[in-house]
Design a protein around this ligand. Structure first.
Ligand code: SIN
Length: 573
């Protein structure tokens, strides 16, 4: 009997998984027989974080193509080091050792990476990588090239009748059977409700950058998959770890508008320096690797340096790429980074002759729906892959260019598990990572969402919130609250105040009325609010700093202990 896989989301994980599932060599040839694949996405196929990715995909290819001396073991070591020991070592091993397989498949689907004069891939260096191992396409247009290649392949399959695509389809609910297994999805399309039965659902909905005021993410990144999974009863994990990219162009922004321009990590990989307003290079004061320190360190150092020099937290620092152009010859920046060159020029900057003002922006959520190595969540019949998932590969801070790779490897693994015919699986909880020391997925510090502050801690709003007073819910207000309280620097007092504010908003953005709403924006608001509350609760529970979670009120570094949260019956969602 044909089994149906519904894939939700059209970033790299969703597109690639749909292709693998409908591939005659995998899908139709599986032991369980051919799968019927339906790909749903709320916007167009191109609207995703993947499309905006500049740097590339990290992968150690075969001996002919890897940088001299590089190895999968080195990629694993770099990933673990950047992740501050919170990674699941087995997930990291899978990620790095299976990369070559999925890069080969990407090429088969028509994605062409940039090649050097000898025909070998041109490999870039990015922060916290010990070797040049970043594959890129179109210079700094890697995500767009990958997305376009995969979209073309998906559409070709759709024309051949081998998979079905529904764009403009917003999934509002995961349908579950009496035993709690996922049996399909409810959705809104063109203002009308629909339902689709499924033998399994793969969530590949991406991230949630729109929780914050400044984000590199496009407007679609509204935590939809996390919220759907949570409401269906799935465990989520490590939600306090949200990565801020250190270098996005500091320019006036339109709330809800296009994201600020990302200035790729690869630019620092080529040798760009960070300067303060006085023109002084400051990163060597904060980390021996300076501009090539892990991303969490660079963003935090910018915030600490601004605070130490008495400047407002949203002041820019400056990215100086002039030395690259001087060292590599006139025209190098335009050839290596054509997109950034054009976009900065359009914004009025000539980065060959002047430093660019840059600021950190919310970029990537390390936490997410907890999965095992086969992409299985704790809910039978529900898979997750890509940014929405917490596979354990990224730890407390993701290594640059490991995100597209994670979407590929674990998207494919989820499909393989589905095609293996084991769905619905037995609902066994994903294994606790070895870093967890065998902790169950729920532990003492994982508590239901709280409306009030923790016992014994002050509920008083911090100055930054008090000044503006209570304000009604809006995306803008949510972004400002999250940036102030749960951004690069955090404190218990601010997090407590944010929790109280979020709880107030949750009572007003009435969740019980939203399931009936036909405006998808209302559903997104509800999802964002739920995700914000989960993130803030996780951040309150981890009182010491670790990776991207930096508490200004903690003196000790935290043990690398994953956090976990499981939905409780009474949680407002
Ligand atoms: C970048 O090009 O700096 C972003 C790539 C990534 O997030 O890994």
């Amino acid at each position: 009997m044909t089994r149906r896989l519904v894939v939700v989301g059209s970033g790299i994980a969703g597109l690639y998984a749909a292709l693998v599932a409908s591939d005659p060599e995998t899908g139709a040839g599986s032991a369980a027989g051919p799968a019927e694949v339906v790909l749903l996405t709320k916007g167009t196929l191109e609207e995703s974080n993947t499309f905006f990715a500049q740097g590339g995909v990290s992968a150690v290819l075969g001996p002919d193509e890897a940088a001299p001396g590089d190895s999968v073991a080195a990629h694993i070591a770099d990933t673990l080091a950047a992740g501050n020991g919170l990674n699941d070592p087995e997930a990291v091993r899978v990620l790095c050792s299976e990369a070559v397989r999925d890069i080969t498949a990407l090429r088969r689907y028509g994605v062409a990476f940039d090649l050097g004069p000898g025909g070998a891939p041109l490999l870039g260096l990015e922060a916290a990588h010990s070797a040049a191992r970043i594959l890129h396409a179109g210079g700094d247009a890697t995500g767009a090239r990958i997305a376009r290649g995969l979209v073309a392949a998906v559409l070709e399959r759709a024309v051949q009748g081998r998979l079905r695509v529904q764009t403009g389809t917003f999934v509002t609910e995961l349908l579950t059977g009496p035993a709690g297994a996922v049996t399909g999805v409810a959705y809104l399309a063109g203002g009308r409700r629909g339902r689709l039965d499924a033998d399994a659902v793969l969530l590949a909905t991406g991230g949630a950058g729109r929780l914050f005021a400044r984000t590199s993410n496009p407007a679609v990144a509204t935590a939809d998959g996390l919220a759907l999974a949570w409401r269906a009863g799935a465990a989520v994990r490590d939600l306090e770890f949200f990565q801020f990219h250190p270098t996005t162009l500091a320019a006036a922004e339109v709330p809800g508008g296009p994201p600020p321009l990302l200035i790729s990590e690869a630019v620092r990989g080529e040798g760009a320096l960070l300067l303060d307003a006085a023109g002084r290079r400051f990163m060597p004061d904060y980390h021996p690797a300076a501009e090539l320190a892990p991303r969490d360190v660079v963003s935090r150092s910018i915030a600490l340096h601004l605070a130490a020099s008495g400047q407002p937290a949203d002041s820019p620092v400056y990215l100086d790429a002039r030395g690259i152009e001087a060292g590599r010859g006139s025209g190098f920046l335009a050839r290596r980074f054509p997109g950034i060159t054009a976009a900065t020029r359009a914004a009025g900057y000539d980065w060959t002759s002047e430093p660019l003002p840059v600021s950190p922006a919310a970029h990537y959520w390390m936490g997410g729906v907890s999965t095992d190595l086969a992409g299985r969540t704790t809910v039978p019949g529900l898979y997750a892959a890509g940014e929405v998932a917490r596979t354990g590969a990224q730890g407390a801070n993701r290594l640059a260019s490991n995100s597209l790779l994670e979407g590929l490897v674990f998207g494919r693994r989820a499909v393989e598990d589905f095609l293996g015919g084991e769905v619905p699986h037995n609902g066994t909880a994903p294994r606790a990572s070895s870093a967890a020391g065998g902790l169950p997925l729920t532990h003492a510090s994982a508590v239901p969402l709280r409306g009030s502050s923790k016992k014994g801690t002050s509920a008083a709003p911090t100055e930054s919130f008090v000044k503006s007073g209570p304000e009604p819910f809006s995306r803008d207000a949510l972004g400002r609250l999250m940036t102030a309280a749960a951004g690069v620097l955090r404190s218990g007092v601010e997090l407590d105040a944010a929790a109280a504010q979020l709880s107030d908003w949750a009572a007003v953005v009435r969740p019980e009325t939203v399931p009936d709403a036909t405006d998808t924006r209302e559903h997104e608001d509800r999802n964002l609010l739920l995700a914000a509350r989960l993130l803030v609760d996780a951040a309150r529970a981890r009182t010491a700093s670790l990776g991207a979670h930096y508490r200004t009120d903690s003196t000790a570094a935290d043990a690398a202990r994953p956090s976990a949260t499981r939905p409780k019956q009474r949680i407002p969602s």
